[in-house]
Design a protein around this ligand. Structure first.
Ligand code: NAD
Ligand code: TYD
Length: 336
């Protein structure tokens, strides 16, 4: 019988890409539990709404009754994407980060333990390792040293999840991926913010000196890796996921302006983010060696296709930018 996978946060960026990935060619059914916060968007999954293999449950992972409702049907595997995810928002107000990322993960772990699931994949982030200097990479053994309320809440969730393996023998696996880019990313994050601002001829805000480094991976490659972990990841293990693709922010900014034929005069250096991590870089040797993961989308092609997606799906991001997000943008960038 086809497995029943509970995906949380499926209306967000990575979750919606993952659901598309699962429903196109993989033999499983999907329940999507999503609270529909500002980052959750039903438009991302409009095309699968009528799919008999797909069920949507609106609910909060931090609410016991909502989680129980999602587990009403038999669940074989859980992939927990649901989270508050934006570092800048965690600086403005950490409250929801603690509630969703920590308490929410706990509630899911408890329900999954009672249900006796075959696998629980906790989607974490490389940000739990903190910041690197000019050399070195994060391995799975790098000590956790999170610097923002966002990354601290994710690190807390990792520890809770792994404790359910050690204490209860629950088949939990944690993944820690680097920065994702691709279609359906909320335009508060660097790449969609840059592309959409450039298309609107607005200033492109660059924090600090623009030389912070992120290690970019296409969202589809992240989804492929998560699926491999769901199918074959060793219970109790942590897997780093990355594409060996480090770029300074300013390089990304200039590349996007060039791709769109827009002038570099749109670049505006603004006040740095407090506690801004300098550099992230992932050593993904373990997932390559153990599960055979290989990157399929080189950055040059991936970024070109991504820029084109935002050009061609203007309605998608214009609806977001004209709504509640507009008020956030005012608070975050006014007078910075
Ligand atoms: P996102 O902000 O685009 O989406 C988050 C989704 O979770 C939204 O649909 C939102 O409605 C939902 N959600 C939030 N709180 C919820 C709650 N209490 N109950 C149920 N649903 C809730 O996030 P994303 O970028 O797609 O990230 C998904 C996961 O991947 C997160 O756990 C994040 O930490 C992790 N991650 C992201 C990146 C990245 O570059 N975006 C990199 C590594 C890891
Ligand atoms: P972001 O997309 O918020 O991801 P994260 O902080 O989780 O890595 O930011 C990526 C990088 O881009 C980070 O170094 C901060 C920087 N940045 C800017 O320079 N300007 C911006 O407006 C934003 C949102 C981010």
């Amino acid at each position: 019988m086809a497995k029943q996978i509970l995906v949380t946060g499926g209306c967000g960026f990575i979750g919606s890409n993952f659901i598309h990935y699962l429903l196109s060619g993989h033999d499983c059914n999907v329940t999507n539990l999503d609270k529909l916060t500002y980052a959750g968007n039903l438009d991302n999954l409009r095309d699968v709404e009528g799919n008999p293999r797909y069920t949507f449950v609106k609910g909060d992972i931090a609410d016991r009754a909502d989680v129980e409702a999602a587990f009403a049907a038999k669940i074989d595997g859980v992939v927990n994407f649901a989270a508050e995810t934006h570092v800048d928002r965690s600086i403005l107000d950490p409250d929801a980060f603690v509630a969703t990322n920590i308490t929410g993960t706990y509630r899911l772990l408890e329900a999954a333990r009672k249900a006796g699931v075959d696998k629980f994949v906790q989607i974490s982030t490389d940000e739990v390792y903190g910041s690197l200097g000019a050399s070195g990479k994060f391995s799975e053994e790098t000590p956790l040293s999170p610097n923002s309320p966002y990354s601290a809440s994710k690190a807390s969730a990792d520890m809770l999840a792994l404790s359910y393996f050690r204490t209860f023998g629950m088949p939990v696996v944690v993944t820690r991926c680097s920065n994702n880019y691709g279609p359906y990313q909320f335009p508060e994050k660097l790449i969609p913010l840059l592309v959409t601002n450039a298309l609107e001829e607005k200033q492109l805000p660059v924090y600090g000196d623009g030389l912070n480094v992120r290690d970019w991976i296409h969202v589809i490659d992240h989804c492929r890796a998560v699926h491999m972990v769901l199918e074959g990841g060793t219970p109790g293990a942590v897997y780093n996921i990355g594409a060996d693709n480090e770029r300074a922010n300013i390089e990304i900014v200039k590349g996007i302006l060039a791709a769109l034929g827009k002038p570099e005069s749109l670049i505006t250096y603004v006040k740095d983010r407090p506690g801004h991590d300098r550099r992230y870089a992932i050593d993904a040797t373990k997932i390559r060696r153990e599960l055979g993961f290989e990157v399929s989308i080189p950055f040059g092609r991936g970024i070109e296709e991504t820029v084109r997606w935002y050009v061609e799906n203007r309605g998608w991001w214009e609806r977001i930018k004209s709504g509640e997000y507009a008020a956030y943008y005012e608070v975050m960038y006014k007078g910075r």
